[in-house]
Ligand binder design. Structure first.
Ligand code: PGA
Length: 255
């Protein structure tokens, strides 16, 4: 059975001290029985190196919330994949809807960043998802398939290519304070469509957007869902540990 990937991105929250305290607590309290669950944490870039040191050698991967497609050069304010790798990143989040909306991320830059991430041996976490208008018009499946095709078409199959990619389906209408938790049946069609095209080719397809300890178990039951990508509900380490436990129980029930 493939592992369930359960990750959190801190977005623009936490000082270095707060992120390190979180990582220390996670390291100390993580149930050694998390076999079958692959945890990952994406702190702010300022805390990435220290958090990676704290978690080094344990089961939790760390990663960056963004990285540029070029290795170096005149790109003021950006960090490259080799730079975030040097700070300990094993995962690179790409194309979150907040970056697409506010920072000009496009299908093309997502594609370039996914390639750069693979080229350097890291795990691309490619985010996709439709807004409320597309959802209301019944266009979710087409929209999301198009985004993921744009990001991943042409990548080689196998362990150094698609086999290392994570896809996170995060409907924009479900993300953050302004979002609402989905009913599982509202996101099942997209997961079925993604699984049909990409399920056997990528490492896992995750669900994200208003995941909580109340709905995580139901979301993990949706066919094709291979993990969860969580914001607010995992920013408190207790919440993240509870979510990891829910995933562990799900793995236990499946094996
Ligand atoms: P949320 O964020 O869990 O706080 O809704 C999810 C995300 O943006 O990845």
């Amino acid at each position: 059975m493939r592992p369930l990937w359960i990750g959190t991105g801190f977005k623009m929250t936490k000082t270095r001290a707060q992120a390190v305290a979180y990582a220390r607590r996670l390291r100390a309290d993580l149930d050694p029985g998390v076999a079958g669950v692959r945890p990952f944490v994406l702190p702010p870039a300022t805390a990435l190196a220290e958090v990676s040191e704290v978690l080094d050698g344990g089961p939790v991967l760390t990663g960056a919330q963004n990285a540029h497609w070029e290795d170096e050069g005149a790109w003021t304010g950006e960090l490259s994949v080799p730079q975030v790798a040097d700070a300990g990143a094993r995962v690179v989040e790409i194309g979150h809807s907040e970056r697409r909306e506010h920072f000009g991320e496009t299908d093309e830059t997502v594609r370039l960043k996914a390639r750069a991430t693979l080229r350097h041996g890291l795990v691309p976490l490619v985010c996709c998802g439709e807004d409320a208008a597309v959802f209301a018009a019944g266009g979710s499946v087409d929209h999301v398939l198009r985004q993921v095709h744009a990001a991943l078409d042409g990548l080689p199959e196998g362990p150094d290519g698609l086999g290392r990619v994570l896809v996170a389906y995060e409907p924009i209408w479900a993300i953050g304070e302004r979002g609402r938790p989905p009913r599982p049946e509202e996101v099942a069609d997209v997961h079925a469509a993604l699984a049909a095209v990409w399920g056997d080719r990528v490492a896992a397809i995750l669900y994200g957007g208003s995941v909580t300890t109340d709905n995580a178990a139901d979301l993990l039951h949706i066919p094709g869902v291979g993990g969860l990508f969580v914001g607010r509900a995992a920013w408190d380490v207790e919440g993240y540990l509870r979510l990891l436990d829910i995933a562990r129980q799900r793995v236990g029930a499946m094996t």
